[in-house]
Design a protein around this ligand. Structure first.
Ligand SMILES: [Zn+2]
Length: 351
């Protein structure tokens, strides 16, 4: 389903399946979810290539393998029929940024669900029948008992939060605040709880979204403008870790002020243009604070996100976050429903 133009119906287009090169893998997509960034691209809130195939929260089954025995991230053999997920990008491990530990910023990075359709690569997103995986993609086999609608968001939302938690450090006995309770925020509540945080607070401006946080591991919720988080934080001695998913400068400035001595603020939501933030440097120095940013994630984070979902998908009802499901042929309706903002995710299945 080709994305040709902002807010214009997707165009069902036939392409011939590719001849695989060494190290490449062909996947039949089985289930995808509409990520907020897909909506941002489709509705023109950020620039995206056209023509392209959107969709990067996706799982599928291997239908073909190129020469060179393509392996999964752990070096295990892959075979036709394997159910897999993969990093949202293909990277060059020998690039300067990869060698520095930032494969997601590898020179010449190829991002699934974002790339312009070319003569060589048409099947590059989740909203198509297949995905053509390039060499340099971190591939992971999926446990079979995870529902497709729960598994699809692992390689974007859950892996990004796994990366944020890696940057935040050991959460055991820490007081954690999650700001913004969209898909990323709920995953952050659940993962902070899973990794042994002493308390998990959640804050949002939307009461209906915030209500879900308690089911996903939050111990206390704060509605912006109603519940006084400042006082509560001071009384409790401040927050050791804040995971900020909203990306709004006002929220970032408030979260910074809530940090305890040695506190860490991890920003993951700031992926659209905003004004500069005002953070007090004397406070940062005297309170030994750290502010970190994370964009995308590294393959290890995706591995940890799969383990987290495998261990906790019976404990947290992630399946409830997919509010509606549509076949790929009704992708326009899926995007309309996503745009309504009523649901955390919309599911798209093949058939
Ligand atoms: Zn995404």
């Amino acid at each position: 389903m080709v994305f040709e133009k902002v807010e214009t119906p997707f165009v069902a287009t036939d392409f011939i399946l590719p001849q695989l090169k060494t190290g490449e893998v062909l996947v039949e997509n089985t289930y995808s979810t509409v990520c907020t960034s897909d909506l941002h691209t489709y509705y023109g809130k950020r620039s995206g290539c056209t023509h392209s195939v959107l969709g990067h929260e996706v799982i599928g089954r291997i239908t073909d393998l190129g020469d060179g025995n393509p392996k999964d991230y752990f070096g295990e053999q892959l075979a036709k029929g394997d159910l897999i997920t993969w990093s949202v990008y293909a990277y060059d491990p020998n690039s300067e940024n990869s060698k520095k530990g930032f494969p997601q910023k590898s020179e010449g990075l190829y991002k699934y669900g974002h790339e312009q359709i070319s003569e060589e690569h048409q099947f590059n997103g989740g909203f198509g029948t297949h995905t053509h995986l390039r060499s340099g993609t971190a591939i992971f086999k999926l446990p079979r008992d995870i529902q497709p609608k729960v598994a699809a968001p692992i390689n974007c939302s859950h892996a990004t939060i796994a990366g944020a938690i890696r940057l935040a450090g050991d959460l055991r006995d820490k007081k954690v605040l999650v700001n913004g309770t969209g898909m990323l925020g709920l995953s952050a509540c659940a993962q902070a709880n899973y990794y042994g945080a002493k308390s998990v607070w959640a804050q949002d401006i939307r009461e209906e979204k915030l209500a879900q946080a308690l089911d996903f591991g939050a111990s206390q919720t704060f509605l912006v403008g109603k519940d006084p988080i400042q006082e509560a934080s001071v009384t409790s001695g401040g927050m050791d870790v804040v995971i900020e998913t909203s990306g709004t400068p006002e929220a970032i400035e408030q979260c910074f002020d809530l940090l305890a001595i040695g506190g860490v603020l991890v920003l993951v939501g700031s992926v659209f243009p905003q004004r500069d933030c005002q953070l007090n440097a004397e406070k940062l120095v005297r309170k030994l604070l750290t502010v970190k940013g994370l964009h995308n994630y590294i393959p290890e984070d995706l591995g940890r996100a799969i383990d987290f979902i495998d261990a906790s998908h019976h404990r947290f009802s992630f399946e409830k976050l997919v509010g509606m499901e549509y076949p790929l042929t009704q992708l326009d309706t899926a995007f309309e429903m996503g745009h309504s903002g009523k649901y955390f995710r919309i599911g798209v299945f093949q058939g």
